[in-house]
Design a protein around this ligand. Structure first.
Ligand code: MV4
Length: 584
């Protein structure tokens, strides 16, 4: 078994790997940049070595600094996590050439799958169809025209060394081909350092289904189940789930077997993910990720397997003691990524800063993989993933409701987060029906209703601020908003700023973005309709009272004006994001 593992990463994935190492009695070594000197992963590791520098390039992407830390620590293995060097062939070779174990696939497998053309060739040789296309480098726009005329427009020009969301140009017709070909090559060169491109038929409404695989060094390869990652925005995954909704079992089995074939075709060892596009009942190989993915906990929750444990055991030379038929999936798991981004106005603007409060959810079937605690600072230098919230339920609807409950329990202050956007996704009809494709979030959802994640300006006139006060009325605990003069000596704690922070930032009942819609921030029951149609109201004035989480919450107008419509009556049940009134 491995004795000492250096985690060449940071944030939640470093914490994740450290946790399983500790359970297995493996000594853990963290590395850190100047900005991460006191980070959570450093606090949890047995040993920690400074890499120097602040930016990723100066630290976590500094090969020499990491190799030096490996040398100084005496680590016998390195876990790359995801991102950074996790799919870098040279890094893997630099480690294995020093007799240190790289906890991941052989460098040759990384190489084959890092080039999307060679990955298609490997898959096709294994009998797994890629998206209809050409598995050779594109040399001239005429080839684009010939291909499009043959298979039908639009077509996709893709960067052979692309990754994530970049490196794809959709060409609508022959006239667009020359320009698209030129810019695709230029962008491939500038983004990925390699100009090679290839062609595929463009699938207009695919779902993104990925299959987890696990292979040992003794010829055993398993497929563990799929993850549906279709809830994405600009190629950033927002919500992942397993099993995929409306996904027939025979397709699941065929996709799993195809993923195993692709893995074997490149001599894969360790944990990996084979990506497919699924459309009209057909699936096509897209690419293979030769690393542990962000969303791996979704598979862990439905299979009961610890994928990091198996990564470590396989890296130590162990055989899989699980046969394909022993892999049993139960229930449904959903993951939301909690990024330090402000989704208000649909902008998802980065929101770095210090987390001043972090109330974490718990209870049955709830897991939080966090890379930060209260007091830690989210830097703009690195990926802004704060944590992943994962829930398990016996079926999809139970998992969805559990996720909404867990989100309501989560309180993060000091930075804005993507949680309000997750609530909109989770409470949308298409998501509830499992009818969303990869373009659904961007084409259908309206995040512009979201209030700013920064504390809303709740001042309602000169010198008055909102105070949330919890009181007991006839034995019943209620929270009410009081509007008190800023200087009043009422003995109540003063807000740290004129913007009193609402109980749950992402459910601010009172918002300052000025929308004409009055939206309930959470699931609950309307206990009273305070305003009337035609009434003139001020910004911040209460329109309805919502009972939720055993408290009464005032749902207030975001802007002043005349109440144009009221869509609820006392006793109505409402979901988070429902519009209950409109102000004109
Ligand atoms: C496609 C496609 C439609 N047709 N290829 C996006 C990034 C890269 N991983 C591959 N991607 C796509 N390739 C063809 N021939 C649609 C996408 C795509 C996508 C794929 C998976 C997950 C999310 C996506 C979001 C937009 C587009």
């Amino acid at each position: 078994m491995l004795k000492k593992v250096l985690i060449a990463n940071r944030g939640e994935i470093a914490v994740r790997v450290i946790r399983t190492c500790r359970e297995m009695g493996i000594t853990t070594v963290a590395v850190y940049s100047e900005l991460d000197r006191d980070a959570l992963h450093v606090r949890l590791a047995d040993e920690a070595y400074a890499l120097g520098g602040s930016t990723a390039a100066e630290s976590y992407l500094n090969t020499d600094a990491i190799l030096d830390a490996i040398e100084r620590s005496g680590a016998d293995a390195v876990h790359p996590g995801y991102g950074f060097f996790s799919e870098n062939t040279d890094f893997a070779r630099a480690i294995t050439s020093r007799g240190v174990t790289f906890i991941g696939p052989p460098p040759a497998a990384i190489e084959i799958m890092g080039d999307k053309i060679s990955s298609r060739i490997a898959a096709e040789k294994a009998g797994v169809a890629g998206v209809p296309g050409r598995s050779e480098t594109l040399h001239h726009a005429d080839e684009v025209v010939a291909f499009g005329n043959e298979v039908g427009w639009p077509v996709a020009i893709k960067a052979a060394f692309g990754g994530g969301g970049r490196g794809m140009k959709v060409v609508q017709g022959p006239d667009d081909a020359p320009g698209a070909f030129e810019s695709a090559q230029r962008e491939a060169q500038s983004y990925f350092g390699r100009p090679e491109c290839y062609l595929e038929r463009y699938l207009a409404r695919p779902r993104h289904i990925e299959m987890q695989v696990l292979a040992d060094g003794h010829g055993n390869t398993l497929w563990l189940g799929e993850r549906d990652c279709s809830a994405q925005r600009r190629h950033q995954k927002l919500i992942e789930e397993s099993p995929a909704p409306n996904f027939p079992d025979e397709v699941r089995r065929a996709m799993g077997e195809a993923a195993v074939k692709v893995s074997r075709a490149c001599g894969y060892v360790n944990a990996g993910t084979v990506e497919f596009l699924y459309q009209d009942g057909e699936f096509f190989f897209l690419e293979m990720n030769t690393r542990l993915q962000v969303e791996h906990p979704v598979t862990e929750m439905v299979t009961g397997l610890d994928l990091v444990e198996w990564q470590l055991r396989i890296a130590a030379g162990e055989r899989l003691d699980v046969a394909q038929d022993d892999v049993v999936r139960s229930g449904h798991a959903i993951e939301v990524r909690i990024n330090a981004e402000d989704p208000s106005g649909g902008r998802f603007s980065p929101s770095p800063g210090t987390i001043t409060r972090f109330d974490q959810p718990s209870g049955p079937g709830v897991r939080l993989d966090a890379g930060y605690a209260a007091g830690d600072t989210v830097s703009p230098y690195y990926d802004n993933l704060i944590a992943k919230l994962i829930v398990w339920g016996s079926d999809r609807e139970k998992a969805r409701r559990r996720m909404l409950r867990a989100i309501e329990e989560t309180l993060i202050e000091g930075v804005a987060t993507t949680l309000p956007a997750d609530v909109i996704i989770l409470t949308s009809g298409d998501f509830v029906e499992g009818a969303h494709s990869t373009k659904w979030v961007e084409e259908t959802l309206d995040f512009s209703v979201l209030p700013s994640g920064a504390p809303p300006a709740v001042s309602v006139g000169e010198g008055r601020v909102r105070k949330d006060v919890t009181a007991e009325v006839n034995g019943r605990r209620v929270t009410v908003a009081l509007w008190v003069p800023e200087t009043s000596d009422d003995g109540l704690p003063r807000p740290t700023s004129t913007a009193a922070k609402p109980r749950r930032q992402h459910h601010a009942g009172v918002v300052g973005s000025g929308s004409d819609k009055v939206i309930v921030p959470m699931q609950g029951t309307i206990v009273k309709v305070v305003a009337e149609v035609g009434q003139l109201v001020e910004a911040g004035e209460t329109i309805v009272i919502l009972e939720a989480m055993k408290m009464e919450n005032l749902v207030n107008a975001e802007k002043g004006g005349v109440v144009k419509s009221i869509r609820v009556t006392a006793g109505d049940s409402v979901s988070a994001g429902d519009v209950v009134a409109v102000i004109e």
